[in-house]
Design a protein around this ligand. Structure first.
Ligand SMILES: Cc1cc2nc3c(=O)[nH]c(=O)nc-3n(C[C@H](O)[C@H](O)[C@H](O)COP(=O)(O)OP(=O)(O)OC[C@H]3O[C@@H](n4cnc5c(N)ncnc54)[C@H](O)[C@@H]3O)c2cc1C
Length: 432
């Protein structure tokens, strides 16, 4: 049996990391047990916080104002984790976001990790502009108050995983002045078979930390001399490490004479992978935080003296209290079919105002016929009270020792509600 933990957090994604750092800041001794990388390691690079940008029914304009979006979100989702956490105004939510990002940014990683002030448009790999409420510091964001940007999309001829001409055409369809400019990526093989894997491309660049960007910049400057871009967007492949990617972008920015940044990512996301690695590093170097060897917790048992925790290697420990930051399906934090119970505590999963019943044991289709459609099952999760204590089927705390935070909570659907990272970062009531 390992040493007794005061607070044991299960999960080392965004929610677990913010909770651990917040508790450690106030002097609590915290242990973090994280299984394999979860949703945070797949994050696209753009933070969704205040809810979707719907269209004003009268003017048809897209609503980007945080206050209007949040009120709209809370109206549609009365059981949203923000409401339980008391985050019902844009100023309260902005404050919680700034605090969470401040915790993640402090210390050895400097301002490297997340930028909550990067609010505006960023580009998806297919070129569609999409709104974000913050971003990785390597993602290019242009604000609606900027003068019309002129965007150069970099087409690395020898990287097959990013269609820059298509991306530029999609930006132009959205009314943005964008052009694709082709250049060879100097760190990738010039001849087929060309890689289309962002992670392979990034790792190859890690092997060339001193790459001279001047020839690339000279070619791009020459090709765009008639109408020089104010922002250069590149595929998100500039290194597997955040610090390295940032250094490459800074050198390229200096050589180009205009900001160079990455697009957000669609799959095999380097933004998520860099975030995952940075969170691990941050947790393992912060005083008062003990990171346990990466493995899953397989059971929790309430005893008179605490919560007995069993790990997949057979080890056990006792914790004063346990905080579930175990995420949703990407991390196996929630079951994919009935019984509708949180796997470790047996707590019922809630759908809106009520706990799910265990019949039928198998879900109706988890995916709706329309890919982007709302689906009730996407908003099931664990219910908590305002202190973060997990609720039983009667709405009472299951135990004074069991808490839940982040995307494990019910009341919001990540694909439609545009607040997924916001919930993970801000709905950490237990640590406030
Ligand atoms: C492909 C993809 C793209 C996304 N893009 C965006 C985006 O553009 N904008 C946005 O706002 N959000 C996005 N999200 C959502 C966002 O990344 C997540 O909502 C957020 O990262 C969830 O953080 P979390 O800490 O709650 O959960 P996770 O990051 O999933 O962390 C859960 C942790 O719990 C651990 N765990 C689970 N069970 C156990 C156990 N039994 N024992 C020990 N540990 C356990 C896992 O190993 C993991 O470390 C995206 C998600 C995905 C999957």
């Amino acid at each position: 049996m390992t040493a007794r933990a005061q607070t044991l957090i299960l999960g080392g994604g965004l929610a677990g990391a913010v909770a651990a750092l917040a508790l450690a800041r106030r002097g609590d001794a915290v242990s973090v047990a994280a299984g394999p990388p979860g949703a945070s390691a797949q994050w696209s690079g753009a933070l969704d916080v205040f809810g979707p940008c719907l269209r004003d029914p009268d003017s048809g304009d897209l609503i980007t104002d945080p206050h209007a979006r949040l009120q709209n979100l809370l109206l549609r989702r009365p059981h949203h984790p923000y409401r339980v956490a008391g985050l019902t105004s844009a100023s309260a939510l902005s404050g919680a976001l700034a605090d969470a990002c401040g915790l993640l940014n402090a210390g050895s990683h400097g301002p490297d990790l997340l930028n909550p002030t990067a609010r505006g448009w960023c580009m998806t790999p297919l070129g569609a502009p999409r709104w974000c409420d913050g971003a990785s510091v390597t993602v290019g964001v242009w604000s609606p108050t900027d003068p019309a940007p002129v965007i150069g999309v970099v087409d690395f001829l020898n990287f097959a995983g990013f269609d820059a001409p298509q991306a530029a055409a999609t930006l132009r369809d959205a009314g943005i002045d964008a052009t694709a400019y082709a250049v060879a990526a100097p760190w990738l093989p010039a001849t087929p078979p060309l890689t289309d894997d962002p992670i392979i491309a990034a790792r190859r660049l890690d092997a060339s930390p001193d790459l001279d960007w001047e020839p690339v910049a000279a070619a791009l400057r020459a090709a765009s001399s008639a109408r020089p871009p104010t922002l250069w967007l590149l595929p998100p492949i500039l290194g597997a490490d955040l610090t390295a990617a940032r250094a490459h972008l800074q050198r390229l920015t200096a050589a180009l004479g205009a900001l160079a940044a990455e697009a957000s990512a669609q799959h095999a996301s380097l933004h998520g992978w860099r975030l995952h690695r940075a969170l691990q590093a941050k947790l393992s170097t912060t005083p008062n935080i003990q990171t346990l060897p990466p493995q899953r917790v397989v059971s929790l048992r309430l005893t008179p003296s605490g919560v007995e925790v069993a790990f997949s290697d057979g080890a056990t420990t006792i914790a004063e209290r346990v905080i579930l930051a175990t995420g949703r399906w990407a991390s196996s934090g929630l079951p994919r079919r009935g019984p509708w119970r949180e796997p470790l505590t047996g707590a019922p999963l809630w759908l809106d105002a009520a706990p799910m019943t265990d019949t039928p044991p198998n879900p109706p289709r988890l995916l709706a016929p329309d890919f982007s459609a709302d689906h009730p099952l996407l908003r099931v999760g664990v219910a908590v009270n305002p202190s973060g204590l997990i609720l039983d089927a009667h709405g009472d705390p299951l135990s004074p020792r069991l808490y839940a935070i982040g995307s494990a909570l019910h009341g919001t659907s990540a694909p439609t509600d545009a607040c997924a990272a916001g919930v993970a970062l801000c709905a950490v009531t237990v640590a406030r």
